[in-house]
Design a protein around this ligand. Structure first.
Ligand SMILES: [Ca+2]
Ligand SMILES: [Ca+2]
Ligand SMILES: [Ca+2]
Length: 307
């Protein structure tokens, strides 16, 4: 009997260990590659090379290349396991800086990468193939940077620690009054790029759900004075309000009307659609809403709403 109990206990320990390992092996879409001590994420939604590079960068990583045999092997395995409908993925190898001189974003020379060119490649079709894809066998092809492909991001283990806001991104602070975490990005981006930056940090552009949250955002903005904003107009910050291209109706990034979301306090004389191009939502330093051109870059505030 005691023997059987011991056996059951061993089984339970084994099960718990497997579960723990599984949890440790997958985080924020990334899988841990033991042999490389690195984390890889396969983004299966195709993007242009530039957008892929930016997305990985905003996630705190780099558009990955098969820098070692271990990573090349892991990439092939992840591509085989994925639901991708295409055979090719972008890697971080490019010749955008000096035409014809392929290099990796990781700083590894092409000759040392674990890839080989497919037959007849690189062929620089129409003098427009400055980016590189690999297929499941790791064979490389130079391709146009503008046609979208899935891609791999890579993060170092040191950047994978989950903080109490539930993200691996730094700079988020829990605000007890609303229960949300916030981060003000001082480097300005246009509204859609700002939304992308928040999403890359497992957050969303801040949605104001109460007068109190408006006050909280006002204080967060006030804590970053004009001269600390790195670019863009320091008196505005993008938030999660958009007209969804239906000019005149303002909704949150979750599609709720502002009264439904719980806050529709516009700054005096706003929304004024100044210049006829103000279709994205920001706050002024008074914490109240203002319409602003989507394509002009502003600092912005991301929010992580507790689950
Ligand atoms: Ca080619
Ligand atoms: Ca909120
Ligand atoms: Ca305005």
């Amino acid at each position: 009997m005691a023997k059987r109990r011991g056996y059951h206990f061993a089984l339970l320990v084994y099960f718990l260990m497997c579960t723990a390992q599984e949890l440790a092996a997958s985080r924020a879409g990334y899988e841990y590659i033991v042999e490389a001590d690195a984390w890889l994420r396969l983004h299966i939604v195709p993007a242009t090379w530039s957008d892929a590079r930016l997305r990985c960068h905003l996630e705190g990583g780099v558009l990955a290349s098969p820098t070692t045999t271990a990573i090349a092997t892991a990439m092939s395995a992840m591509m085989a396991d994925s639901k991708m409908t295409t055979r090719f993925v972008f890697i971080g190898v490019h010749a955008l800086i000096s035409k014809g001189d392929f290099m990796s974003l990781d700083g590894v020379p092409l000759a040392n990468l674990s890839i080989r060119w497919r037959e007849w490649e690189p062929n620089n079709v129409k003098n427009n193939e400055d980016c590189v894809t690999i297929d499941g066998a790791g064979e490389a092809n130079d391709v146009s940077c503008d046609s979208p492909h899935p891609y791999f991001c890579r993060k170092e283990t040191a950047k994978m620690t989950v903080n109490k806001c539930g993200t691996t991104a730094d700079g988020y602070k829990l605000e007890p009054r609303t229960g949300s975490c916030y981060k003000l990005h001082r480097l300005a981006r246009n509204w859609h790029r700002a939304a992308m930056a928040c999403h890359a940090e497992e957050a969303h552009l801040a949605v104001i759900n109460s007068n109190l949250e408006s006050q909280v955002l006002k204080e967060i903005f006030a804590a970053v004075p004009n001269n600390v904003i790195k670019s863009g107009d320091p008196n505005f910050a993008f938030v999660g309000v958009w007209d969804w291209n239906e000019h005149g109706e303002w909704l949150t990034v979750f599609g709720e009307s502002l009264p439904e979301a719980g806050f529709d306090g516009w700054s005096p004389n706003e929304p004024n659609n100044a210049g006829g191009q103000e279709f994205c939502g920001s706050i002024k330093r008074d914490g109240l809403l203002n319409d602003y051109p989507c394509l002009i870059r502003l600092p912005f505030i991301c929010e992580i709403t507790p689950k």
